[in-house]
Ligand binder design. Structure first.
Ligand code: PLP
Length: 433
């Protein structure tokens, strides 16, 4: 069990390990991370001439407080000394109960009940299951389709995949397997955009025509993440809320990417001053430490389900409510709310606006946009992922460009100098890619 050399580790990785969205055997050579602290990943061998890379990705938007944080480490250590896991069926424990109560307290009213799962995709599965079961329980089993607007991403298990953008979601591969959902056109983009009356009318018409078969409408509020890093104005969320109320459709917000302050509000729904009927959280829930997600619903949804012939929610993952994950989620939320997190996100927003402004004039750049702690450079072509990633690494930063996008979602603890380096790396990657 002596430590692996980097070449032997990579050989084993290539032979046995499936990576996200990758072929087998792997064709790309991943960078090997040895450890991480603060906003820095320490590499097993120099990458782009650097022993450490600044993480511009927060580990896929999760590591809000950076790595190896003493408070979060202590929360895990303390819980580890008591109990790392125990089944949640028939048993309960303080970390999970505290977390559920805390989530109800900090999310918009009237969200009231919490189902803890272990990944974002499963949180979306549970959300849609709740909605379908709600209508079934009320004697309306025909209401089982889900409406979304195009350009979204909600996870990689089957029901979430069925509401991902048909082009990005590999719907052609799963023809006949995925539930057939309903797609509205993409709303006009821009956080400050006025609601387009023609779009609103078309959407209203679609909802009205299909209300009899619609269980739910699901979107990522304000920011569509993995589907294309597009921003939408709060007006569109208000439109969705009105249409759902008018036509008897449950509104689901997937805040797995936007939750916990990323867009400048604790939850993106707050930009529009409203609440969905069902809310999905994940990613930053545990500060990126452990795998946990949550689905919250209102009393109305839970009561509806309870009235059914089968009055239970038939879902119960083995690792539901994992105490280590719940303990670190509690610590991460307390850490976030115990500081001026809004000031920090504002600081990052200003730094990203200033640092990325120059990228707008770079060749091949179509758009530069910033909201909260999210900075996006959109190209007028598909990015050369390898060239862009390497250019960022040469600038000392870890980025993961995709499609036509080079973007950053830095940890909130990123200092001004490191943020400037991230912005320079995003620009360099956009030019190289
Ligand atoms: N929903 C959104 C908005 C996401 O961004 C993601 C992941 O990127 C998911 C769902 C799926 O979460 P997970 O990867 O934890 O399954």
């Amino acid at each position: 069990n002596s430590p692996l050399t980097v070449p032997s580790l990579l050989a084993l990785d290539r032979a046995h390990v499936w990576h996200p969205y990758g072929p087998m055997p792997g064709t790309a050579t991943p960078y090997v991370v040895e450890s991480a602290a603060g906003v820095r990943l320490r590499m097993a061998e120099p990458v782009g001439g650097h022993d450490e890379l600044i993480d511009g990705m927060s580990s896929w938007w999760a590591a809000l407080h950076g790595y190896n944080h003493p408070v979060l480490n202590e929360a895990v250590r303390e819980q580890l000394g008591r109990m790392s896991h125990v089944m949640f069926g028939g048993l309960t424990h303080e970390p999970a109960v505290r977390l559920a109560a805390k989530l109800v307290e900090i999310t918009p009213e009237p969200l009231q009940h919490v189902f803890l799962t272990d990944s974002g995709s499963v949180a979306v599965e549970v959300a849609l299951k709740m909605c379908l079961q709600y209508w079934r329980s009320l004697g309306r089993p025909e209401k089982r389709r889900v409406l979304t607007w195009r350009g979204g991403y909600h996870g990689d298990t089957f029901h979430p995949m069925s509401v991902c953008d048909p082009e990005g979601g590999m719907h052609q591969l799963w023809e006949g397997v995925l539930p057939r959902q309903l797609f509205a056109g993409e709303p006009p983009t821009g956080f400050d955009a006025e609601v387009d009356p023609q779009y609103a009318a078309e959407l209203a018409d679609l909802v009205e025509r299909h209300a009899g078969e619609l269980a739910a409408l699901i979107v990522e509020p304000i920011v569509q993440g993995a589907g294309g890093m597009r921003f939408h104005s709060p007006g569109y969320l208000r439109l969705l809320r009105e249409l759902c109320d008018q036509h008897g459709v449950l509104l689901v917000f997937d805040e797995i990417a936007t939750g916990f302050g990323r867009t400048g509000r604790l939850f993106a729904a707050e930009h529009a001053n409203l609440s969905p009927d069902v809310l999905c959280l994940g990613k930053a829930l545990t500060g990126g430490y452990l795998t946990m997600a949550a689905t919250l619903c209102t009393g109305r949804v839970a009561d509806g389900i309870s009235q059914g012939e089968v009055p239970i929610l038939a879902h119960g993952p083995t690792f539901m409510g994992n105490p280590l994950a719940a303990a670190v989620a509690n610590a991460s939320i307390d850490l976030l709310l115990g500081q001026d997190w809004q000031g920090e996100v504002k600081r990052l927003e200003s730094g990203l606006l200033a640092g990325l402004a120059g990228a707008a004039d770079a060749p091949g750049v179509k758009d530069v946009r910033v909201l909260g702690a999210i900075g996006v450079v959109q190209l007028d072509h598909q990015v050369d992922m390898a060239a862009a990633t390497e250019a960022a690494a040469r600038a000392g930063v870890w980025l993961r460009p995709f499609r036509d996008l080079v973007y950053t979602m830095p940890p909130y603890v990123t200092g001004d100098d490191d943020l400037a380096r991230i912005c320079a790396a995003v620009t360099a990657a956009a030019v190289a890619g």
